[in-house]
Design a protein. Sequence first.
Length: 425
Amino acid sequence: MRLAVPALGSIAAEPLYTIADTAIVGHLGRQQLDALAISASILAIVAWLAIFLSTATTTEVSSRAARGENEAGGRAVGAAYTVAAGWGVLTAAILAIAAPLAVRLLGAHGAVEAGATSYLRISALGLPFLYASYAGNGHRTGLQDTLNVILEVVLVFGVHKGLNGSAWGTVTAQVAAAAAYATASWRTARLRPRKPDSREIRALLRDGHRLSVRTIALGVVPLTATAIVARLGPVTLAGQQVAFRLWYLLSLSLDALAVPAQVFVSAALGAGDAAAARLAGRRTLVLGLVAGTALAIITATLALGAPAVFTDDPAVRHVAVVALLASALTQPLAALAFVLDGLILGIADYAAMRRAMILAIFAFAPMAGLVLRFPWLGLPGVWAALGCWLAARSVLLGKRWREATRRYSIEEDPYPERTRGACAR
């Protein structure tokens, strides 16, 4: 809990940016809310493409620190910041150019297309800073020293005015978060960033390639779900935006349990402590199930009044209530999927994560196809498809974790190139 609770700050920051926008933009009108729904779905993909800067760095730093290899760990952190700068600028340029095409592909047109395009182009300016905060988060988390949740929550909220003003508020918060992480990395961390050489950068990009393919597969499902909902009508799209952002914020908070799962497993492997790795896995899975069940109840309870905070439109509020009730059933599945993500990251099996994410798409596709064929299935059908996707992820990742604990007993590192010589054989 010492790791999980503070980690909520970095994990919840991006969803809080979006949910703050949703609460503000929702009162501007249905068109603005639809524009935000389209642009937020695209931005989620763009953000996730660089999440390897956090996850891969966390595993590398925690393993290096456990073995006392501070210099090598510092170069790994330096590589993360270097890649964050270059990757962020390149991605921002591509997004600014491709924004009109991207929003049209998701079914936007007219005023919604114009609003979503403008929002994306403003938000692109914040991407280098968002990516830098990922690098800083991976550094601090790997050292079992996360930033305080209150700091990051405060950074989320700024001055907003209209749809574009909301985008500028998010960019401002991202700049502030990046500055906070950079200050923490260079001034207070016991393992400080060092100038990387090409070897560290190549290693990070190699891990990033494996994780980014997995991330693209991860993003395909929510993006496809948004495209399907957009074809069900503007009211349905607006209601889904409200419900999905609430569900996403709550479910992603469960990712806080993936942080200790990843850190403790990778550190235990680095130190050769097999029992500690098994215990971390068992405890975080149990805690995840308990927390997921609690969040299912909270999500269903929020359906009673939360939509009114986001919109004055009674039709949109009704759709949001239906979506929240349907989404509540998926929270325990999301908890298992997120915690298992952390465990597999801890053993650095990025290939298994990529494979599981790609295969899980095939569990989502049949139900999603039925919603397109029979629109009367509506948002309950969309959430049923998302539930199948989460269940498939949990099954596939759970199978890989069981194989690791049984075949290797986590006493013999299944990835010796990462911890060669560190684990007891």
